[in-house]
Design a protein around this ligand. Structure first.
Ligand SMILES: NC(=O)c1ccc[n+]([C@@H]2O[C@H](COP(=O)([O-])OP(=O)(O)OC[C@H]3O[C@@H](n4cnc5c(N)ncnc54)[C@H](OP(=O)(O)O)[C@@H]3O)[C@@H](O)[C@H]2O)c1
Length: 266
């Protein structure tokens, strides 16, 4: 039986990766903090597809959580697919955001992804098989004022995976970063009272998952998913960086804020 490990499987895109892999007959290791959500998913997938689902309750922004996840990865035996998806964002002016939340985001979106990728890749290369998927974001295409740390972490993920993918040909291991635009999930954007700007098209998690499988099969190291992500890719390549960040600063300014985001600190 093939085995897959998915981080951030308790909702949204990660849960959809778990559904897709279980439908292909893969046993699963599912990782997140909300145990009851992982249990519901495990019940659903083992009843529907007859696969074994191991639950790992871990906060991947912590050293302990990462150690638990690495241990579970080792115990699961050879991993055929690893999806590093857990992540969150924050929104607001830099002088108003919580420094600890920003650092926690770097731990989850960058440190955990690096730690787990470098933990699983050597065993995959030794076996001569394995797929690594990292869920980055359309935000990776340009710096994003008011989501500065998030965009930087997502650019980190995309760059990391693209470089790894270029090292892997001939090893039997494949890697891709998916860059979704706005997607219908429970995505946590810390500090955002206003939600996403109105009228922005959203994709379903199923579309993101399908794009990841297509990208792997076609040997693409990154895949932009949806209209917003594709527009971001083109804009990020063709437009002057300063013009893009100014535009995004105007477009992305949070609509509500107790102190009026966009004003300098008191
Ligand atoms: N939704 C979007 O519009 C969108 C667009 C582009 C990219 N993305 C990316 O897609 C990925 C998945 O997000 P989503 O949209 O599916 O949102 P979601 O429904 O909120 O899923 C996020 C997942 O990450 C897990 N997670 C969060 N913090 C964690 C921690 N400290 N330790 C372990 N697991 C943690 C959550 O589980 P627990 O809370 O149970 O721990 C949950 O399973 C993220 O990396 C995000 O950056 C989302």
């Amino acid at each position: 039986m093939p085995t897959a490990l998915i981080t951030g499987a308790s909702s949204g895109i990660g849960a959809e990766f778990a559904r897709s892999l279980a439908a292909r007959g893969s046993d699963l290791v599912v990782v997140a903090r909300r145990e009851h959500r992982l249990q519901e998913l495990a019940r659903e997938l083992s009843a529907r597809h007859g696969v074994a689902v191991r639950i790992v309750v871990a906060d991947l922004a912590t050293g302990d959580g990462l150690a638990r996840c690495r241990e579970a990865a080792d115990e699961a035996g050879p991993l055929d697919v690893v999806v590093l998806n857990a992540g969150f964002a924050s929104k607001g002016a830099s002088w108003q955001l919580d420094r600890e939340v920003e650092v926690e985001m770097v731990r989850l979106n960058c440190v955990a992804v690096t730690d787990l990728a470098f933990h699983v890749i050597p065993a995959m290369v030794e076996r001569g098989a394995g797929d690594l998927v990292v869920v980055s974001s359309a935000s990776a295409h340009t710096p994003l004022p008011y989501m500065a740390t998030y965009a930087a972490t997502k650019a980190f993920e995309a760059h990391l995976v693209e470089a790894l993918a270029a090292e892997l040909p001939g090893t039997g291991v494949r890697a891709t970063a998916v860059l979704p635009g706005p997607t219908r999930t429970e995505f946590r954007v810390a500090g955002d009272a206003s939600g996403p700007p109105r009228g922005v098209p959203k994709d379903d998690p199923e579309t993101v998952v399908r794009a990841a499988w297509v990208a792997l099969d076609r040997g693409r190291p990154r895949a932009s998913v949806g209209r917003v992500a594709r527009l971001g890719a083109v804009g990020g390549r063709l437009l002057p960086r300063r013009a893009v960040t100014r535009l995004v600063a105007r477009w992305g300014r949070p609509r509500t804020s107790p102190r009026g985001v966009g004003s300098p600190p008191d």
